[in-house]
Design a protein around this ligand. Sequence first.
Ligand code: ASP
Length: 306
Amino acid sequence: MLLIASANGSVGMAAGWTILRAGGSALDAVEAAARMVEANPDDHSVGFGGYPNLEGEVELDASIMDGATRRAGAVGAVCGYRHPITIARGVMERLPHVMVVGRGAERLASELGMERENLLTPESEASWREGRDGELPSSDSRRRLLDRVSSLFTDPEHVAGTVNFLAIDGAGHLASAVSTSGWAWKYPGRLGDSPVIGAGNYCDDRYGAAACTGWGELAIRGATAHTVVGGLAAGLPLELAAERAMNELRGLDVPGGEPIMQLVALDSAGHHLGLSSQPGNSYVAWEEGQDNYATLPRRLVPITGQ
Ligand code: ASP
């Protein structure tokens, strides 16, 4: 058994591990763990209390994947429900689809019995007002805002974050879950990598799993999570498969900012790692025989330059 996560997943590790230890499935573990992060108002990158979009609305993306069947569910630009990971699981298990966005995802949430609520906390709202200079946009200031979108979007004070969970259960099955409110002040309707299967999330019992945080547009363009798992499928060891996925992003341009990419990955034998294009980052891992999760350094793999 194994549960790994991005560092902000630490608040969900106990919930996930309790399920694995009791013989539960990797799928249940990653969903339960992600729900803890989604409910945490202090995490401004996921769920309730997440930073809103340009218009002050909290829009959430999430996906979940079952490594045994390679079934997946994803939702994007969901408003008014704090647990997009559970809606994503609903897409996977209740609909003949993989990805549902916006109103459709919200409709499914209500059909699943979830309660609509306001996800914008006073703290996130205050940051948003400050970040985009106050008033709700009139059509004139909307036009001005459009000119500033790239710089707002890459504002280093309020960039983003996402939570990644990858698990192997006692039966040897893998699952992955990713949930985010995306980049602070993002353009309404923008989807990042988190709900895009193969970009921010991928999982296959035969080989391994990977999930990303960082500049979602890059992970989409590089199909980063799938590139890691594809490398494993081609016989590369985990280190090399993950490094190759980061190297594939080298030289890709991003508007007005420094490209940032982080990934966590594991192989079906239970090796795991975290990589980051920036120094000083960590991830968390809970392995069999441990009383608690450990915080581990991510290896630095720069993606700028040639
Ligand atoms: N990957 C997320 C997104 O682009 C943000 C992040 O993880 O920093 O929406």
